[in-house]
Design a protein around this ligand. Structure first.
Ligand code: NAD
Length: 355
């Protein structure tokens, strides 16, 4: 499919491409929708095998950001930046500054932050060339590490699902199997352990497993985790992990985790529903990070406000569960409806026409 056809199909407003042979930068910024405000999403640096693969990722991730911000009640649209390259060997100051100049050409229609392959220090470099950066370190007046609030939001989402499944939202004594134990999973686990849940984790990194053990998390094998008998399966590593193969293995009552784009296809959300497994839509419960970043836009960052807004993920998840129950539809569909309804109502106010 060519770029314009893909944009029409998924509803993107703009795709910008940039090349700077001086620094070796080749990148794409996809702006999905700015109905609610400037598009916001991280810059991902990844050694994509082809331009088509990078473009597909930018399109998919920017669309998910529109849904995430809309469902979270934020005045932000969806965008994403991707840099084609290996962040371990090709990320230089010059390349990041060049990326900043590219971001700046969009005049604030796209606000960038960190994602896979970029860290807080990189934002400081990008910030030398553009104001349109969020999630800077707190010492620079920014909102800092997004994964702390992301972890809190996931925990809130899990509790709302627990209330639906078991009639009470306590997670005490419940078993939670975490696939991936990076930043988000470890912050989620802090809350779970505080509530005396039994947490298990699998990771491909020894460092991550050491951190898990030091927190009192029990380590299990990477291959075992999707099929482990547990109350909650929490994908916290990669996207696409809920697919026609893994769904058959699942032995849990709830799927709730931090990874973006967990469902390999929309049908997988329907299959989970038919199997009676409660699915917490990823963009709904992993919105704590963007909620935190939004709290620094146009105002002094107030962590308490960010925390309160993140805690509301509980209510949003409960609303989605109620819609799912009432209309006998999957939670995946119900969450999409919640986001789309907000977008449609604001488009109406602003006189924006969309199919
Ligand atoms: P991270 O890099 O800190 O953690 C990911 C962990 O997953 C790493 O420890 C890695 O070793 C592990 N991993 C990779 N492949 C694995 C596999 N096959 N099996 C088991 N473990 C594997 O990243 P993070 O910031 O914790 O993000 C985790 C997920 O949450 C990503 O999908 C990310 O897009 C999503 N997310 C992150 C944030 C945020 O604020 N950081 C916000 C929303 C969504």
């Amino acid at each position: 499919m060519n770029t314009l056809d893909a944009m029409v199909e998924f509803g993107h407003e703009q795709v910008a491409m940039y090349s700077d042979p001086e620094t070796g930068l080749r990148g794409i910024i996809a702006i999905h929708d700015t109905t609610l405000g400037p598009s916001c999403g991280g810059t991902r640096m990844w050694p994509y095998e082809s331009e088509a693969e990078a473009l597909a990722d930018a399109l998919r991730l920017s669309q998910a950001m529109t849904y995430k911000s809309a469902a979270a009640g934020l005045n932000l649209g969806g965008g994403k930046g991707v840099i084609i390259g290996d962040s371990r060997t090709q990320k230089t100051e010059a390349l990041l500054r060049s990326w900043g100049r590219f971001v700046d050409t969009l005049g604030g229609r796209y606000l960038t932050t960190t994602d896979v392959g970029t860290v807080g220090r990189d934002l400081e470099t990008i910030r030398q060339e553009t104001q349109h950066v969020v999630g800077l370190d707190v010492t620079l007046g920014g909102s800092g590490d997004t994964s702390i609030m992301t972890g809190l939001g996931i925990y809130m989402g899990m509790k709302a699902c627990a209330s639906e499944a078991w009639g009470a939202d306590s997670l005490r004594g419940r078993t939670v199997a975490m696939q991936g134990f990076g930043k988000v999973a470890s912050h989620t686990a802090e809350h779970l352990l505080e509530e005396d849940a039994r947490v298990f984790a699998a990771d491909i990194s020894e460092g991550a497993l050491d951190r898990a053990r030091s927190m009192g998390v029990q380590v299990v094998g990477v291959d075992e985790i999707p099929g482990m008998e547990c109350d909650i399966f929490a994908p916290c590593a990669l996207g696409g992990v809920i697919n026609h193969k893994t769904i058959k293995q699942l032995r849990c009552q709830i799927v709730a985790g931090g990874a973006n784009n967990q469902l390999a296809t929309p049908e997988d959300g329907e299959t989970l529903h038919h199997r009676g497994i409660i699915y917490a839509p990823d963009f709904l419960i992993n919105a704590g990070g963007v909620i935190n970043a939004a709290a620094e836009i146009g105002q002094t960052y107030n962590p308490e406000r960010a925390r309160q807004q993140t805690e509301r993920i509980y209510e949003k998840m409960a609303e989605v569960l109620a819609t799912s129950r009432k209309n006998e539809m999957s939670t995946a569909k119900a969450a999409n409806m919640l986001a789309e309804a907000r977008l449609a109502s604001v488009r109406k106010v602003r006189g924006i026409y969309r199919k």
